[in-house]
Design a protein around this ligand. Structure first.
Ligand code: DGT
Ligand code: CA
Ligand code: CA
Ligand code: ZN
Length: 571
């Protein structure tokens, strides 16, 4: 929408002005504020402009209104073009690095003029940056960390981006007459949190027709290879997609092969060899006779003496041994979730009303939804004062009377403050049906203090669930360190659940920590942390990650039906 386009340009102008050392801070702030205003408008600015009412929008003065009109007329803003022309490309890109402000970027640029990340990294490593005014050793370290995060972000995409894209490609391919079957394979099928490239497998007896249609599909930007059995393209969003076409007879074997992981496949090959078999993308063969013994995935595992191993477990992390002893976990499934315990509404930083969220959750087939808006100290999210929280709870409970299909729980996502205390008084928390407690500040306190904060929160007796326990944000912030032994022990002892936050930028806890938590006897909860109706999709990513962490239904708090949840939670 045009509002967002202009908002993005205004934000860019603000950054450019700062990079150029704009001396008037109000000018910069005016662009930022206008960007925010535009994003929150419910009406298109072009309609408003048509009525000649641009100047009436709060925060948009004459000057900015002129810029908006210019964009509506010409699709450009001259000021931005001029600024951009005079800004070296990498100087602007430096601002993408978390923790890199415009002042620092300008200082670094003036002295060294780095042309890219490798050069900047070298400067930071050599200690050259700390020689500059205003840059300390700590800043240098943060910059280095930031570069690594940015680089990683550019090389892998989150599953939240990859899965919808892969689904639409698979659906498009499945509609072709020439296609018998199509599936996503690779890391995507294994539900890894980030995806290097998307691998799609198709069964067809006319591969050329499939390939020709594939390279012309919607959203394809560049064709890297266009072959008979294999093609590779880059999508407009920058993601690479590999397509392989095989005969129907080898589909299962090919799916197994291209799902990987590589380490898992290597183990399977070893097992096959011991039995006098050979395994490849065409099937499982007896070496002596050359005869194909199996080609369906399940049959191949069985012939190797293994129970069927779900894709999420195929990482060579003990699943082969467990499958040999027929001791694989019965992994939790999306349909096992009975409710969602962490969601936001337009009372704080969500965009939809409590009712709209409740209806969406009900549509997902959920029995209950905890409405957990932010607490008072989280100003940027519009956290609720104590009085507002009481009104919020009342609104939630009122709504329960008119919505028989779903039970809403009056809750809050309460900040764990820097000293480990909770952001609302105890008696207020006691009145809530469900309390999520999360750290949203002071991430750099260090392992001991961060651990202590969570432990104190869990020992308060007022917390049901610790939200996004390690605070990581894909492409922005690494997980902070915690003493996990102590966190898990305390969670188990106090019967506090730990979250598997399904937001694809978080997926926190991650798969390995989930597995440790399960082993330590901790109960987990898969939540959406939805900030809009559409975010209930996050539950699928959460369940995928839970499965990668070997979770069964019994390990997940919100697999309990409402009655049992209430009994267990507030006995
Ligand atoms: P990614 O794309 O980095 O997120 O991870 P994957 O697992 O999708 O890796 P990718 O795209 O390189 O390869 C897709 C699958 O193909 C991989 O999971 C297993 C299979 N594969 C790739 N290279 C080899 C190989 O050298 N040997 C075997 N056995 N399989 C391979
Ligand atoms: Ca891949
Ligand atoms: Ca690939
Ligand atoms: Zn949250």
């Amino acid at each position: 929408m045009v509002n967002t386009q202009i908002a993005d340009l205004f934000e860019e102008i603000a950054s450019l002005l700062e990079l150029h050392g704009e001396s008037n801070p109000f000018r910069v702030r005016a662009y930022r504020r206008a960007a925010l205003t535009l994003k929150n408008l419910t009406e298109s600015v072009s309609d408003i402009a048509e009525r000649g009412e641009l100047d009436d929008i709060p925060g948009i003065g004459k000057d900015l209104a002129g810029k908006i009109r210019e964009y509506l007329k010409s699709g450009r803003i001259t000021l931005r073009e001029d600024l951009k022309r005079n800004t070296p490309d990498f100087m602007l890109r430096m601002l993408e690095i978390p923790g890199m402000g415009p002042k620092t970027a300008r200082t670094i640029h003036e002295r060294f003029k780095p042309g890219g990340y490798p050069e900047l990294k070298k400067l930071a490593r050599s200690g050259a940056l700390r020689e500059l005014p205003g840059i300390r050793e700590k800043t240098e370290r943060h910059i280095l960390e930031g570069i690594e995060i940015t680089e990683r972000k550019h090389s892998r995409v989150s599953i939240g981006e990859a899965l919808p894209l892969a689904r639409s490609l698979v659906a498009g391919l499945s509609r072709l007459d020439a296609v018998d079957r199509a599936d996503a394979a690779g890391s995507l099928r294994r539900m890894r949190e980030t995806i290097g490239d998307v691998d799609i497998l198709v069964a067809s007896s006319s591969p050329q027709a499939v390939m020709d249609a594939f390279v012309k599909m919607d959203g394809v930007w560049k064709v890297l290879a266009h072959g008979h059995a294999r093609s590779s393209v880059v999508m407009r969003e920058g993601m690479q997609v590999d397509l392989r076409v095989v005969e129907k007879e080898c589909y299962g074997a090919a799916l197994l092969y291209f799902t990987g992981s590589k380490d898992h496949s290597i183990r399977l090959r070893g097992l096959a060899k011991k039995k006098g078999y050979k395994i490849n993308e065409y099937g499982l063969f007896e070496i002596r006779s050359g005869k194909r013994i199996a080609s369906a995935e399940k049959d191949i595992y069985e012939a190797l003496g293994l129970a069927y191993i779900p894709p999420e477990l195929r990482e060579d992390r003990g699943e082969i041994e467990a499958a040999a002893r027929k001791r694989l976990p019965r992994l939790v499934e999306l349909k096992d979730l009975k409710g969602d315990l962490h969601a936001h509404t337009d009372w704080t930083d969500g965009v939809d009303s409590i009712r709209a969220m409740a209806e969406a959750a009900q549509k997902m087939g959920l029995e209950y939804l905890a409405v957990t808006d932010h607490s008072r100290s989280l100003h940027i999210a519009g956290g609720l004062s104590s009085e507002r929280l009481s009104e919020h709870s009342a609104a939630v409970r009122e709504l329960n009377k008119t919505m028989p299909g779903i039970r809403l729980l009056a809750g809050a996502e309460v900040d764990v403050l820097e000293d480990g205390s909770l952001d609302y008084p105890s008696d207020l928390l006691e009145k809530l049906d469900f309390v999520v407690a999360s750290i949203h500040s002071g991430f750099r306190q260090g392992k001991a203090r961060l651990t202590e904060r969570l432990v104190r929160a869990m020992r308060s007796g007022r917390v049901d669930l610790i939200g996004h326990p390690t605070g990581r944000l894909f492409g922005e912030r690494n997980a902070y360190e915690l003493d996990f032994d102590l966190v898990f022990k305390t969670a188990a002892e106090t019967r506090t659940a730990l979250e598997i936050n399904g937001c694809p930028e978080r997926l926190d806890l991650d798969d390995l920590r989930i597995r440790e938590a399960v082993r330590a006897g901790v109960t987990l909860a898969v939540s959406s942390d939805a900030h809009s109706k559409s975010h209930f999709n996050n539950l699928e990513y959460g369940v995928g990650t839970a499965r990668r962490g070997w979770c069964e239904k019994d390990d997940i708090l919100n697999c309990l039906p409402l009655k049992e949840l209430l009994k267990k939670n507030r006995p």
